[in-house]
Design a protein around this ligand. Structure first.
Ligand SMILES: Cc1cc2nc3c(=O)[nH]c(=O)nc-3n(C[C@H](O)[C@H](O)[C@H](O)COP(=O)(O)O)c2cc1C
Length: 153
């Protein structure tokens, strides 16, 4: 069974909730799913078949605390991520202006700088518009699985 790893960056649990809500959709599509709130460089450099990031933004466009060591190691070690195929769900709030989804956007750029390949567009969930992030994430993931032909079962 192919493996999907969901790597979560969260301050208040919203991004983790999204990961937990979309997990069954991937299981139904034939994946063995792991959720991690303590990602390591190994998770992305020895990538599983598919990786999904669910990352919120804090501070002024900053990464959530649990995600900071991962980003630091990625910048320090600068591994090739040519084998990484990923999707990205960014959570933010447009009332923060220029730093809207800053962490998700910065992560996307960093991954691509290291050769990773994003499947489809990034989803940005705006807390100003969407009260429950799952309401936006679940249909997006359903469509993503279809559009990217990810179904294996
Ligand atoms: C102190 C604080 C700072 C925030 N800074 C930003 C920001 O700079 N940009 C942004 O898009 N959202 C920002 N947000 C909004 C959060 O990213 C948003 O509420 C998100 O849904 C939280 O997800 P989480 O529960 O996974 O942490 C901030 C929220 C808080 C409480």
């Amino acid at each position: 069974m192919p493996k999907l790893t969901i790597l979560v960056g969260t301050m208040y649990g919203g991004a983790l909730d999204v990961a937990e809500q979309v997990k069954p959709l991937f299981e139904q599509a034939g994946y063995d799913v792991d959720i991690s709130e303590q990602p390591s460089v190994d998770d992305v450099s020895q990538a599983s078949d598919l990786t999904l990031f669910c990352v919120s933004t804090t501070g002024s466009g900053d990464f959530p605390g649990n995600f900071v060591p991962f980003i630091r190691s990625l910048k320090d070690q600068s591994p090739s991520l040519a084998g990484l195929r990923y999707g990205l769900i960014a959570l933010g709030d447009s009332s923060y202006g220029d730093t809207f989804c800053g962490a998700g956007r910065a992560l996307d750029e960093l991954l691509q700088d290291h050769g990773a390949h994003r499947l489809g567009e990034r989803l940005e969930i705006d807390a100003m518009e969407t009260f429950m992030a799952d309401d936006a994430a679940v249909p997006w993931v359903e469509e993503w699985i279809d559009a990217q032909k990810l179904k294996v079962a």
